[in-house]
Design a binder for this molecule. Structure first.
Ligand SMILES: NC(=O)c1ccc[n+]([C@@H]2O[C@H](COP(=O)([O-])OP(=O)(O)OC[C@H]3O[C@@H](n4cnc5c(N)ncnc54)[C@H](O)[C@@H]3O)[C@@H](O)[C@H]2O)c1
Length: 254
């Protein structure tokens, strides 16, 4: 029987310096994976890598911006050089926008959403797929959001970027299914992560109010989202392709 065992699997995770990416790195390491992790925050990614190495995990770590194609290409090449393959890629790096109505947003906010959330995911997918296609095998999981499935008032550019992640996911899934590459998108609702903490501090939103609006009357924990990642990317889940999976306490069922 196939299990959630990641022994000998090479797992690339972007945005692994904090939040769900960091927790995912720790969980995939515990499940036996070899890791290739990156983040734009150098101090954070180095600290995560040091801790994982102390625990015996084989780790390639690098600090760069996922929207810089030459650096993404180099990281994928370094990963192939060190480990020969990429079995799983989780494109998790992302940024939130300031919480505000559309007419109040500067165009720089839209540019930033495009740069990290769309161009970053596209660039990573492009080079991951190139590597995976060589061996007719691979799994890619892109972090979208419930904001990618429907309206997100006061988050219009973020919502647009997360809709785009779903478009990239679905199109690539159809293009590369024939090569044994499965590509899906994960759509969490509000997760109690550093991103939410910053939003609470900077944009004066209130986690309690957000929790009250969810059918389960709480935010998701990061572990609940990472649990889904572990299953979605495993051999146990071998026929899911081009799907968007909401882990949202029932929010999108309302
Ligand atoms: N927290 C939530 O409520 C929530 C809900 C739905 C979806 N998501 C998505 O989940 C993902 C992870 O979110 P999180 O809550 O763990 O946030 P987080 O802010 O804790 O982590 C995001 C990480 O991405 C890194 N990053 C940002 N821009 C980057 C870039 N250009 N290149 C490389 N790394 C970059 C950051 O440095 C950070 O370490 C994001 O894509 C986010 O949009 C989050």
């Amino acid at each position: 029987m196939q299990t959630l065992d990641y022994n000998d699997k090479v797992v690339m995770i972007t945005g692994a310096g904090s939040g769900m990416g960091k927790l995912a790195a720790q969980n995939f390491s515990k499940a036996g994976a070899i890791l290739a992790i990156c983040d734009v925050n150098k101090a954070n990614i180095e600290a995560v890598a040091a801790q994982l190495r102390e625990e015996g995990c084989e780790v390639l770590a690098s600090a760069f911006d996922v929207s810089d194609e030459s650096l993404v290409q180099k990281f994928v090449a370094d990963c192939l050089h060190c480990f020969d393959k990429i079995d799983v890629a989780i494109n998790n790096a992302g940024v939130l926008q300031p919480i505000a109505r559309t007419h109040l947003l500067d165009l720089e906010i839209l540019d930033m959403q495009y740069k990290v959330n769309i161009k970053g995911v596209f660039t990573c997918m492009k080079h991951q797929i190139t590597a995976m296609k060589e061996v007719n095998n691979g799994v890619i999981l892109n972090l979208s959001s419930v904001a990618g499935l429907g309206a997100a008032a006061n988050l219009s550019t973020y919502s647009a970027s997360k809709h785009a992640v779903i478009g990239l996911t679905r199109s690539a899934a159809v293009e590369y299914g024939r090569y044994g590459i499965r590509i899906n998108a994960l759509c969490p609702s509000h997760v109690d992560s550093p991103m939410m903490d910053s939003a609470e501090k900077e944009s004066h939103i209130n986690k309690e109010n957000i929790a009250a609006a969810n059918p389960m009357k709480r935010l998701a924990t990061m572990q609940e989202i990472v649990n889904a990642m572990l299953w979605l990317c495993s051999d146990y889940n071998s026929y899911m392709n081009g799907t968007t999976i909401a882990i949202d306490g029932g929010l999108t069922a309302m």
